[in-house]
Design a protein around this ligand. Structure first.
Ligand code: PEP
Ligand code: MN
Length: 262
């Protein structure tokens, strides 16, 4: 009996190299010393981006809200000193121009994924510069809603958008959010935009971060986001999930090996 040969046609995601794009950095920019220490680590690893929060979407209004423009100044100085591109979240339309004047990439956070006036404003403000917009999925958003919302940015003239999966709110409480790893191949099928996976916010605790990062690279994510802090127990936000620079170094080497295989 002859065996039937079943040919599996795999989608072509283009040529992948062993280099990965990582948006690493502290949850919040807290001081020049803190930010520069992480920047030095990222620079030494040969990576090109640093992230950091200047305006923080905190659940509790009494929690640290971010240093605002002071953080933007620290980011600009750190980016110039260490030759890194900078990425930060814009929470309000009124801050679009200001944030745009300081950083290389503008992030839309999960809580704003259907704030359509903010999305339109970000599209307008980046129209000429075409600075990257990292657009996070809302934690109760479907992929269809996410892609529809993306058009609010791109229709204003900037299609330099990176989608970012960052975990969903489900009945599961063992992790902070449930990472929808299948969003990566689904986005690759349904959109031409690159897809990033934020592995820190779904994990919620640092010991889960390496596993999620390995999964993200193996599944074909175009980039990943990881929070890194020089002294996580003293962090003003998201301390439990941030890696130390030493832990981050080990992880990056491992991720480069995985990326070279896939
Ligand atoms: C962040 O990246 O700092 C952040 C607040 O993420 P999210 O919007 O995914 O909660
Ligand atoms: Mn955070």
């Amino acid at each position: 009996m002859s065996e039937q040969h079943i040919e599996t046609k795999l989608p072509d995601y283009g040529t992948r190299t062993d280099e990965i794009t990582i948006y690493a950095g502290p949850c919040s920019v807290e001081s020049e010393e803190q930010f520069f220490e992480v920047a030095e680590c990222i620079h030494d690893l040969g990576l090109s981006w640093i992230r950091g929060g200047a305006y923080k979407p905190r659940t509790n209004p009494h929690s640290f809200q971010g240093l605002g423009e002071e953080a933007l100044k620290i980011m600009k100085a750190g980016g110039e000193k260490y030759g890194l591109k900078t990425l930060t979240e814009v929470m309000d339309s009124e801050h679009c121009e200001l944030v745009h004047s300081y950083v290389d990439g503008l992030q839309v956070g999960a809580r704003n994924f259907q704030n359509f006036s903010l999305l339109k404003n970000i599209g307008k403000v980046t129209k000429d510069s075409r600075k990257m917009v990292l657009f996070k999925r809302g934690f109760a958003g479907t992929i269809a809603e996410w892609l529809a919302a993306t058009d609010y940015i791109t229709m204003e003239g900037n299609d330099n958008v990176v989608l970012c999966e960052r975990g969903l709110r489900t009945f599961e409480t063992a992790t902070r959010f449930t990472l929808d790893i299948s969003a990566v191949p689904v986005i690759h099928k349904q959109s031409l935009l690159p897809i990033c996976v934020d592995v820190s916010h779904p994990a919620g605790v640092r010991d889960l971060v390496p596993s999620l990062a390995r999964a993200a690279v193996a599944v074909g994510a175009d980039s990943i986001m990881i929070e890194v802090h020089p002294n996580p127990p003293a962090a003003l936000s998201d301390g439990p999930q941030q890696l130390t620079p030493a832990q981050f170094r080990v992880l990056v080497e491992e991720l480069r090996e995985i990326a070279a295989v896939f």
